[in-house]
Write a protein that binds this ligand. Structure first.
Ligand code: NAD
Ligand code: MG
Length: 392
């Protein structure tokens, strides 16, 4: 029986995680569930899984939860505030931590799980974008198990030799990692057409159902750029050995090209329950509830190159990774602020890339091996980016 904390249980990944656990109750017990403020969903989840602890970051929401828990026959400890996220991630009773908070808000609890030697099921890609080096060092030092949840990285993990972390790709005979990208809802839009697109259009992803922030990131293709950075840290991959290809069907989730000409890929339906079930059960396999892939029904798989002019966010990600240090911290923080402003209709779609680019120019790059410096750069970038948006 493994005891699990699900950070961000009310989100898209959190809900899918609990769906799988609900079919494997004899293998997993829920230690803690956490959310920002969506307590209706949390009450429902607590009724079903009876966790020992919940963390609610928003104080008013926590108060409401306390008032309603008895009526829902829930008996658990309720913690308020972001610090408690760290506590439920590092507790010694916890075996597995699903890191599924969106954005930099997930960094400290994800890092705490890594330092505490847990099996870390990492969906929170932003943690690696911000603290790639520190995070991977924490995993190595504590002996934690890191299982990538992002479908591309999970596919690469499955297609690489057993336990790939820390080894050099060349020693494993790997030529290239090829990340696939659906191209999002605006794949066929011209640069001119992109100016007027709305948040509603941007969050309507053709293949995957996801939270709002990652949906907008998929529409700008910032998501794929963040995934290039994620792959760099996870698999010790030099930037020149990571390529991206547009594959609108999202059937091939990514591929590893070997020096002998072999290409090994993972294929499946676009449903996050597959990588989540893989990471929960690894090295075994368990049913995930996902429909089997029927290639005869799909018929055709297509591939296209990425156009950096159409999707400038991708280019910014490669550039920030090449700049090194805290450039990717700034990239991420500026993007979070810009995406929020776009969702609130304060800026238009193409301004997201422009704003991120300006912040990258303004904020000084520092070495990225100290958490305090990283958090300071994150805060400074947010301030500068907010000001830039207000001045538009
Ligand atoms: P979501 O918006 O659906 O859910 C986010 C969760 O984080 C919610 O439970 C929310 O309560 C919590 N949260 C939000 N802000 C918070 C804060 N300030 N403090 C504490 N908790 C907070 O997001 P999602 O789509 O489930 O994505 C979660 C993470 O997984 C992201 O990093 C995303 O990039 C990654 N991911 C998601 C998918 C997907 O299919 N949804 C695929 C790959 C990777
Ligand atoms: Mg992905």
């Amino acid at each position: 029986m493994k005891s699990i904390t699900v950070l961000g249980s009310t989100g898209s990944i959190g809900v899918s995680t609990l769906d799988i656990i609900s079919h494997h109750r004899d293998e997993f017990s829920v230690f803690a569930l956490t959310c920002h403020n969506k307590i209706e969903k949390l009450l429902e989840q607590c009724q079903q899984f009876q966790p020992k602890h919940v963390v609610i970051v928003d104080e008013q929401a926590a108060q409401k939860f306390r008032e309603q828990m008895a009526g829902h026959k829930i008996n658990c400890e309720v913690h308020v505030g972001a610090q408690a996220l760290v506590t439920v991630a590092e507790q010694c009773e916890v075996d597995y931590v699903m890191a599924a908070i969106v954005g930099a808000a997930g960094l400290l609890p994800s890092l705490a799980a890594a330092k505490a030697g847990k099996r870390v099921l990492l969906a929170n890609k932003e943690a690696l974008v911000i603290t790639g080096e520190l995070f991977m060092n924490a995993i190595k030092q504590s002996g934690a198990e890191l299982l990538p949840i992002d479908s591309e990285h999970n596919a690469l993990y499955q297609s690489l030799p057993f336990k790939p972390f820390g080894q050099s790709l060349s020693e494993m005979g790997v030529n290239r990692l090829i990340l696939t990208a659906s191209g999002g809802p605006f794949r066929t839009f011209t640069a001119d057409q992109l100016v007027g697109v709305t948040p509603e259009q941007a969050v309507a992803h053709p293949n995957w159902k996801m939270g709002q922030k990652i949906s907008v990131d998929s529409a700008t293709m910032m998501n794929k750029g963040l995934e290039v950075i994620e792959a760099h840290w996870l698999f010790n991959a030099p930037i020149q050995q990571i390529d991206v290809m547009i594959h609108p069907q999202s059937v091939i989730h990514s591929m590893v090209e070997y020096t002998d000409g072999s290409v090994i890929a993972e294929l499946g339906m676009p449903d996050m329950r597959t990588p989540i079930a893989y990471a929960l059960a690894w090295p075994k396999r368990i049913p995930s509830g996902v429909k089997q892939l029927n290639l005869l029904e799909i018929g055709k798989l297509e591939f296209y190159p990425v156009d950096f002019k159409q999707f400038p966010c991708m280019k910014l990600c490669y550039e920030a990774l090449a700049m090194g240090g805290t450039a990717t911290v700034t990239l991420n923080a500026a993007n979070e602020i810009a995406v929020e402003a776009f969702l609130q209709k304060r800026i238009n779609f193409i301004q997201i890339a422009q704003i991120v680019e300006t912040s990258l120019e303004k904020v000084t790059i520092q070495p990225a091996n100290d958490l305090e410096i990283i958090l300071a750069v994150d805060a400074e970038t947010r301030l500068i980016t907010q000001k830039a948006i207000a001045a538009l």
